[in-house]
Design a protein around this ligand. Structure first.
Ligand SMILES: N[C@@H](CCC(=O)N[C@@H](CS)C(=O)NCC(=O)O)C(=O)O
Length: 235
C-alpha cells in the first residue's frame, strides 16, 4: 500500500493519475495548502521540501522500511520502475521520455506556476512578471505543439510518465486554435479511464484553486508564500 500525500493541483494529479493507471492501491491523504498542513514536522519527515505531492511506499520492491519519495518527477520515475510500466524499455525511447518529463518539471510547470502566481496571488499588479511568464509559457506550448505534431505521444509511440507529467499542466494552458496537435493529444489522454479517475471525486480540484484572482486571508497568504512557509524550514 502506498500513502499519497496530495493536494488537487497539477503536480498532485500527475501522481493520482499514475497510481490509477498502474492499478497500485493507495491511501489518499489530502492536504489543505492554504491552511498550511504541509508545514508540519511530521510532513517534513516525508518531504524535506514541505511541498506536495509526496508518497510513502510501505512495501518497496527493495524491501526494508517504508520508502518516502518527494518531487513529482522522481515519484513518477519511482512508480514506473516499481511496476515496470509507463517508461519505454527501448533505451532510445526511454531517454526521450525522461527528457520530456524533465522538460515539464524544470520548465513548463515552473513557468505556468509563476504566471498563475503573478496573475492570481501577487498583492500588487506586476506587468513585467506577467509578461515574462506568460510569454515563456507560450514559447513552451509551441515546443510541445511541435513535438506532438511529430509523434503520437511525447516519448514516441508509447504513452508514458512524460505524458502523465505534461497533461495536467498543458490542458488548462493550451489554445485549441493555436495548438491543434496538442488538442488531439489532450482529447486522447483525457479519455483514459485512469486520467478521469485520477481527477474525480476526492481527487477533483476545489474551486478555490481555480480562481482567476484569489483573495487570501493574511494567514493563508503566509502559509502559501510568506513567513509561515519559510518558518517550516528555517535553520
Ligand atoms: N517541484 C515540486 C513542486 C511542488 C510544489 O510546488 N507543490 C505545490 C503545489 S502544486 C505546493 O506544495 N505548494 C504549497 C506550498 O508551497 O506551501 C514537484 O514537482 O513536486
Amino acid at each position: 500500500m502506498i500513502d499519497l500525500h496530495f493536494a488537487a493541483t497539477p503536480n498532485g494529479h500527475k501522481i493520482s493519475i499514475a497510481l490509477e493507471e498502474l492499478g497500485l492501491p493507495y491511501t489518499l491523504m489530502t492536504y489543505d495548502m492554504f491552511d498550511g498542513h504541509q508545514h508540519t514536522a511530521a510532513y517534513g519527515a516525508v518531504n524535506p521540501n514541505h511541498k506536495l505531492p509526496a508518497i510513502v511506499d510501505n512495501d518497496p520492491v527493495f524491501g526494508g522500511v517504508p520508502h518516502a519519495v518527494f518531487e513529482s518527477g522522481a515519484i513518477l520515475m519511482y512508480l514506473a520502475e516499481k511496476s515496470g510500466r509507463l517508461l519505454p524499455v527501448d533505451p532510445r525511447q526511454r531517454s526521450v521520455a525522461i527528457q520530456w518529463l524533465t522538460w515539464q518539471v524544470a520548465g513548463l510547470g515552473p513557468m505556468v506556476g509563476q504566471a498563475a502566481h503573478f496573475m492570481r496571488y501577487a498583492p500588487e499588479p506586476n506587468a513585467y512578471a506577467i509578461e515574462r511568464y506568460t510569454k515563456e509559457t507560450a514559447r513552451l506550448l509551441s515546443v510541445l505543439e511541435r513535438r506532438l505534431g511529430q509523434a503520437e505521444y511525447l516519448a514516441g509511440e508509447e504513452y508514458s510518465i512524460a505524458d502523465i507529467a505534461v497533461f495536467p499542466w498543458a490542458k488548462p494552458s493550451f489554445s485549441p486554435e493555436l495548438h491543434p496537435a496538442t488538442r488531439r493529444w489532450v482529447d486522447q489522454v483525457s479519455q483514459r479511464h485512469a486520467v478521469i479517475r485520477g481527477q474525480s471525486g476526492d481527487l477533483a480540484t476545489p474551486g478555490k484553486y481555480l480562481q482567476q484572482r484569489a483573495e487570501l486571508s493574511p494567514v493563508e497568504w503566509s502559509n502559501m508564500f510568506g513567513e509561515r512557509m519559510h518558518n517550516a524550514v528555517r535553520l
